[in-house]
Design a protein. Sequence first.
Length: 135
Amino acid sequence: LQFWIKGWSGSISVTDGVSTETITPTDSASPIQTLQTLSDQCASTFGGTWTVSVTSDFYLNLSSSGAGTWDATFGGTCGTLTGFAASYTGVSSITASSIATGGFYPYSDGLGLLYALDEKIPTNRPSSTILQPIT
């Protein structure tokens, strides 16, 4: 899961030769959503296949195939919030070195289920289960 986070400043840029794609995240963006938008822009401008994924260690990854090599820069708080270094040169794939802010990975085995819309039951009142159909 990725949550929207606050505290974004600066921008993320990818340069392939003379063309540059830049995204400036807003406070209603998540790190993975931001990278996906940038990935879509890069595919449109540079061609090839661009992919955003999460590694088994829960780090974000941005990679391309068929687009050659490129440079990436993470200005302001963008690098810190996404887990990436400030810049990369001549790459076709980058992997963050820390987990992105706003990431929530509750199960280390990757097999668990998380019910995001469960109703909260107050602890100060007893609860019961009714095994009858609702009419």
